[in-house]
Design a protein around this ligand. Structure first.
Ligand code: 13P
Length: 347
């Protein structure tokens, strides 16, 4: 029997994820990535420590005021808080929607040196059914696109962009078939030495191909959220763009590529500093004019400060929650164009 997808319900979840004043906490670091984060504060990455750290974040007072959803790693989706409550319930009680990262990371793409493809499609339909039962109402799949160094135009290759766009759309269709809102995340990395215009070109190509694949694979745009990079210069580029230029070029690129039916765009931070990520989002919302909501889905730019304040010691939970609450509030303001630098100093 053909499954009936409740598109209106999908749309309601997507709209809730990008509500004015709220955005998404990406807390879905894989085992390898969270180990790197814990290494930076010199603590061992054990299941209990990962639980302690993430539970501390989710129990931040007024968590749901500025956080609409949380992307979880599979381990966390199945973990209980210290008092035995499933962490999924802790998140729901705080007024946020639980989500799940479902991709299985990247592998080298054959015949495309230095480029990668995201894996995890095999068996995904069955996994999504189980994740829905546990409480996930949205999912995330991250495709990674690099830009060649030293003006190398061979990267990104057509093959890499095409293969990743195809996989993103396959994932998104499987999510919707299982009543889960897909976050579609094609990340053009900011690691290189490219300038902002090269980032614009690569991001435009990637988004055009992603939306073509979403169309061809019959994904309902009103039931998804896009999670793109911002259009900015590479970290190693000697000429960094200002906040206004980045905001204008990102908005222009999105207007050229993202259909109006998409309810919202939730940016990744991608290695920007906490304040840069906030300032860019704020500048875009101050300009406005797009048909979609623009908000955040930050990992590092929300967690760097609380991770440092926590330092692996639960006695610091209060300080760490204050640091997290501050970044959530700053980004919540940026999501409606009402952030000001002076608010950072006041904290
Ligand atoms: P960053 O904001 O740290 O880039 O993480 C967001 C994310 O979910 C990457 O997949």
């Amino acid at each position: 029997m053909e499954r009936v997808v409740d598109l209106q319900a999908l749309n309601q979840v997507a709209c809730k994820m990008v509500e004015p004043g709220r955005g998404i906490l990406a807390a879905d670091e894989s085992s390898g990535t969270i180990k790197k984060r814990f290494d930076s504060i010199k603590i061992e990455s054990t299941a209990d420590k990962r639980r302690d750290y993430r539970e501390m974040l989710f129990r931040t007072p007024k968590f749901g005021e500025h956080i609409s959803g949380v992307i979880l790693y599979e381990e966390t989706l199945r973990q209980n808080a210290v008092d035995g409550t499933p962490l999924v319930k802790v998140i729901e009680a705080a007024g946020a929607v639980p989500g799940i990262k479902v991709d299985k990371g990247t592998k080298p793409l054959p015949f495309c040196p230095d480029e990668v493809i995201t894996e995890g499609l095999d068996g995904l339909g069955e996994r999504l059914k189980e994740f829905y039962e546990i409480g996930a109402r949205f999912a995330k799949w991250r495709a990674v696109i690099d830009i060649g160094r030293g003006g190398n135009r061979a990267i990104p290759s057509y093959a890499c962009v095409m293969a990743n766009a195809h996989a993103l759309a396959r994932y998104a269709a499987l999510c919707q078939e299982n009543q889960i809102v897909p976050i579609v995340e094609p990340e053009v990395l900011m690691d290189g030495d490219h300038n902002i215009d090269r980032c614009y070109q690569a991001t435009e190509l990637v988004l055009k191909m992603v939306f073509e694949q979403l169309y061809l694979q019959r994904v309902a745009l009103e039931g998804m959220v896009l999670k793109p990079n911002m259009v900015i210069a590479g970290k190693k580029c000697s000429k960094q763009a200002g906040v206004e230029e980045a905001a204008e070029k990102t908005l222009k690129c999105l207007k050229a590529c993202v259909p109006a039916l998409v309810p919202g765009i939730a940016f990744l931070s991608g290695g920007q500093s906490d304040e840069e990520a906030t300032a860019h989002l704020n500048a875009m919302n101050a300009i406005g004019g797009g048909p979609w909501r623009l908000t955040f889905s930050y990992g590092r730019a929300l967690q760097a400060a609380p991770l440092k304040a926590w330092g692996g010691n639960n006695a610091n939970n209060g300080k760490a929650q204050a640091a997290f609450g501050h970044r959530a509030r700053m980004n919540g303001l940026a999501s409606v164009g009402k952030w000001q630098q002076a608010l950072e100093k006041a904290a």
